[in-house]
Write a protein that binds this ligand. Sequence first.
Ligand code: UTP
Length: 411
Amino acid sequence: MEVNMEEIKRKLKKYNQEHLLRFYDTLDEKGKKKLLEQIENIDFELMNSLYNNTKKSNIQEEAKIEPIEYMDKYKLNGLYKVYEETGTKAIKEGKLATVTMAGGQGTRLGHKGPKGTFDIGLDSHKSLFELLCDTLKEASKKYDVQIPWFIMTSKENNEQTIEFFKKNKYFGYEKNIYFFEQGQLPMLDTEGKILIGEDGLVKLASDGHGGVYESLVKNGMINKMKELGVEWIFIGGIDNCLVKMVDPVLMGMAIEKNVQAAVKSVVKANAHEKVGVFCRKNGKPGVVEYTEISEKMAESTDENGELLYGESHILCNLFSLNSVERMGKNPLPYHVAYKKATYIDKDGNKIVPEGPNAYKFEAFLFDAFGELDNMAVLRVKREEEFAPVKNATGVDSPETAKKLYEDYYKL
Ligand code: UTP
């Protein structure tokens, strides 16, 4: 322990983070051990470079952006049947696993507890977790196969999530459910100092949905999938109550087109809707944010009058297992967000800020798309597959999601 302590002190001095040990003596034995472990696990070089990035403008490097080709699910003609048959066969053979990313904080929704436990107000009062689980149970019956469900949680909500599933007897799907936790990074103050949380430990925050690939690999989930004979992984969010995790047409499209990923899009509501859209970036598949393209590009259309950049990314993506494994081994860039974070100041006082005061670093799932050589984009109908629950009221709120859900299921 002594030797470790000396090393740790040296390291902290080198990186100007010596304050992390300020409350060490006040911690109990467990806390002391935990803090030292945390410090040992921090990549200080990375934190330094992330802090330096906060000083740079958010403008991304100039990339060559071009439209990406897509197919409309309802204009596939003869191919629809071909894809459906191929996909159905693969699903029946147990080649599909599903992943739900449920580690987010859901700040905009403001629900106390994991977002998946939220009740959007249906007569059944089912939670988002149960609504998604219902679709898996139905598909398992339809295709006569058990479809595994991997649920990504975060440190903040892992315990509560598992408790919720236990309380609800895993909605009768227990033997197919696997939980895994996403990674975390320390939060920094505006001077680049790592924050100390209320527990006297390093203040950590989830590393964004882009952490999903690495977490799947690091937590042994990819190996588990291999044992199960899985070849394709659908990765989606928890907050779209119309998400179709099991779709033979998407799966068949990926297999028939021999691509590493097949993703779903919905057409933009208008040229300036604030969504990320699929594109090619320097020739590779990617997603371009609405802030990254000019007004002219956003409005440009093809010979049929369709928007050239009109395919919104809706977090409904199917990947080959090999590509997820590869993406999980390569680090993604982190984006910085300026957030509110309660912390302990140098005098030991708890500070609850009124506004943003700290930097949080997040990786975005779609930043990994550039690792893929190819990707097929399938345009689906918004009213059939996209009912997001993001905000407490107004657009993309429980109210709009409930309406879309009830209309789709004719409740
Ligand atoms: P959002 O980016 O909409 O974030 O996540 P959020 O946490 O749900 O909500 P806000 O932004 O705080 O209001 C899209 C999907 O990615 C998951 C979310 O749970 C959601 O399913 N996600 C996001 C994670 O699993 N981990 C993260 O670190 C971030």
